[in-house]
Design a protein around this ligand. Sequence first.
Ligand SMILES: *Cc1c(COP(=O)(O)O)cnc(C)c1O
Length: 381
Amino acid sequence: MNTPALEARIDLSAVSHNIGVLRAHTSAGIVAVVKADGYGHGAVEVGRAALAAGAAQLGVTTIGEALELRRAGITAPVLAWLHGGNADFGSAIEADVQLGVSSSRELDAVVAAARAAGRTASVTVKVDTGLARNGVHITEWDDTRDALAKAVAEQVITMHGVMSHLVRADEPDHPLNDLQTERLDEAADDLARVGAPVAVRHIANSAATLTRPDLARDLVRPGIAVYGRSPIPELGDFGLVPVMTLSAEVLSVKKIPAGQGVSYSHSWVAPNDTNVALLPAGYADGVPRLLSNMLSVQINGHRYRNVGRICMDQMVVDLGQNPAGVSAGDRAVLFGTGAGDGPTALEWAEAIGTIDYEIVSGIRGRAVRTYVSGPITGEVV
Ligand SMILES: *Cc1c(COP(=O)(O)O)cnc(C)c1O
């Protein structure tokens, strides 16, 4: 009925299903990662659905993202793990946001904010066990550990957790996965030795949760799998169901003669008389321009190829002789669950050498999110 011209439909029952798939793979508590506005799906809506399906808590990158969940009334534990120099630790502490801490400098700021608020901050130390991104590097560990122990002794923080992030989780048998997990355990043991034991340890992302259950500790932190996308496509879909379906209204269908070029620079020229359909989706909405002449959409069950450059706001598909009678007002699925040979975000990603994380988290612009929680296909394995 009132479907937006460009719609990103979010199926929250698929979120529940995917949490079920993850729970079937681990007995650890699930931290559903809803950073980057829920990988482009809506952090609040996905967060609520994940919690209702049994996730233990939510994880985000920034304090701003955590506070948005709080403002929406989500009271479950939330962890935020990446902070700038002006991060608002005070508001985070007031709002009971668990803070990931990556250096003793950051710890100092958290301690100062906790003192100012007259509250105790819940701290999870992020250890860099090999990714060399955020996290306390091994060379600075002793100082940070001692500073954590001191802050615990002064009762200005509680030592909640130790976390780390895997480098090669998409290669389940790689020895680095084991080495990183050993380093995580060592850090936790070390904290216990200095009188600052942690309540929880966690390192597994989606890929490790699904393929290396032995690496799960108290919690796991899946992101992409919550959204129904395989973290390791070569190993199959693990029974996950993609949550986002991007579809566009066919704005017009018109005949063009053989020899007519289409869109900027006429990068495609009709070899025969043909029919083309216009769709209101472009690179400003997150359809990569690099996919010009490479993607195909599905209309009423049939696939049609994009022809000509993808523009900022529009793209064109070739209907040929239009035997199926596509007309204005029909809907084109740009990507969805892949059921019925439908197009997928993974197809887009593979065509341009990236991952579908980047595709789904990049959907924006005029794409209007709608939420449904209908029945889903697919079995919990
Ligand atoms: C993004 C992120 C995750 C989730 O990773 P997926 O591959 O999407 O499962 C987990 N932990 C941290 C620290 C992250 O940044």
